[in-house]
Design a protein around this ligand. Structure first.
Ligand SMILES: *Cc1c(COP(=O)(O)O)cnc(C)c1O
Length: 406
């Protein structure tokens, strides 16, 4: 295929067509013009993707959260300059540790990779041969003892990826009995600790046996204090997602904790190549953006934001309740998605509409709205909306329920 035919074919494709069409017409001969043109393109529409109002929360499948302008500015700044990848990780890690008052920190590709890298660091220390040996964990401390959690299925692979095995325990006695020469780490999923062992007890057992403890707090801001609560409590390592409540890049995350363990964890990360973490690269843009997102998050007025959410929830509740047969209830989940959350239920004899069908109608309407909740009713929060969208959501839910009323 010669270049001309190739170009013609590309021009016929809606996505690239706009971009190359500009170049072919001589409009895009400078990069500034190309960027200016790009700003006016509706990429998601070109791709046939529908955007939506997010009333469901920081779900991974719904692309997490929206980055504030300052975070995007940091990406745009970083993309213009070269910098050593290890150097930016080191400096940003130091800044994050200062900001949160922990010993050390590093930006990872999500909380999931923070778990893998943290454990890998614990297992291998500064031994480069061990680093290269993973995921074959033969001859190393390779067992993780995890407190029981009924909802914990998805993320255990983060630990298994190192080659370690995971043993689940429920009681303090089971925890102590499970510890042996091969025990590498003690682990808890903060939001779903269904065991009888509390945080202080887990940390104490870890210290007594000299075994590092890890707390997965991925979705656990707000409250902001959680960013330092668990390292202060004595956990050796703590993980957070960057792209949930923190509103950094969705594919970034944080590993916080002991300096020796963070240094060891980083031996598994790029630019080093002979490691299990080589595919967990975080580019300079996202490393910097994560810092800026965190600064914004720590500095913001959390009380004011909470009042905003309460007001938005009250508005939706008041609007929806005007449909007779509808009940609403506000609650705040204790850990993870700790924000005002509205449950909407209705008397099915007066409004014969299954909640899953209501969800579907909201999704398919204009604009599309994603809500949470199961077969009992709708559940929604406003923290992932843009200001003002609560009015649209309130109106649409009222409309859907009114239309279905007998
Ligand atoms: C979201 C989540 C993760 C994974 O976090 P990423 O930042 O998406 O890698 C791990 N653990 C829990 C409890 C989570 O909620």
């Amino acid at each position: 295929m010669n270049r001309r035919i190739l170009l013609q074919r590309l021009l016929s494709m809606p996505f690239l067509g706009g971009f190359l069409g500009g170049l072919a017409a001589g409009r895009g001969s400078t990069s500034a013009a190309t960027i200016g043109m790009a700003a006016h393109r509706d990429y998601f529409q070109e791709l046939g993707l529908r955007t939506f109002i997010n009333a469901a929360g920081t779900l991974t499948s719904l692309s997490g959260s929206l980055m504030p302008d300052e975070v995007v500015d940091a990406i745009d700044y970083a993309r213009r300059h070269y910098v050593g990848l290890d150097d930016i990780q080191t400096r940003v890690g130091e800044r994050i540790a200062e900001l949160l008052g922990c010993e050390a920190a590093t930006v990872t590709s999500g909380a999931f990779s923070a778990m893998t890298l943290g454990l890998a660091g614990v297992m291998c220390g500064m031994d480069r041969e061990k680093v290269a040996q993973l995921p074959d964990a033969t001859g190393m401390k390779n067992e993780v003892v995890k407190l029981k959690s009924e909802h914990y299925i998805d993320y255990v692979h983060a630990l298994l990826n190192t080659g370690a095995t995971v043993i689940e325990v429920n009681t303090l006695k089971e925890l102590e009995d499970s510890i042996n020469d091969r025990t590498a780490m003690l682990f808890v999923l903060n939001a779903y600790n269904d065991s009888e062992v509390g945080h202080e007890e887990l940390v104490a057992v870890g210290k007594e046996h000299g075994i590092p403890t890890f707390n997965d707090c991925a979705a656990d801001v707000p409250p902001v204090e959680n960013l330092w609560k668990y390292t202060d409590m004595g956990y050796d390592l703590v993980a957070f997602s960057g792209g949930k409540g923190l509103r950094g890049p969705q594919s970034a995350g944080l590993l916080l904790g002991r300096a020796d363990l963070i240094t060891a964890a980083r031996l598994h990360t790029p630019p080093r190549g002979d490691t299990i973490g080589r595919g967990m690269k975080v580019n300079k843009e996202e490393v910097l953006a994560m810092l800026v997102a965190l600064e914004l998050y720590v500095e913001k007025d959390h009380d004011e934001e909470w009042k905003l959410w309460e007001g938005q929830i009250a508005h939706i509740s008041d609007t929806v309740k005007t449909v007779s047969g509808t009940q609403t209830e506000v609650h705040v989940p204790e850990i993870a998605n700790h924000v005002p959350t509205l449950s909407i239920t209705w008397d099915q004899s007066r409004i014969p509409l299954a909640p899953t069908d209501a969800k579907q109608r909201l999704r398919e309407g204009h604009p599309s709205i994603e809500t949470g909740g199961g077969s009992d009713g709708l559940s929604l929060s406003t923290w992932m909306m843009r200001p003002g969208e609560e009015r649209i959501v309130a109106r649409r839910i009222r409309e859907v329920l009114t239309e279905a009323s007998t």
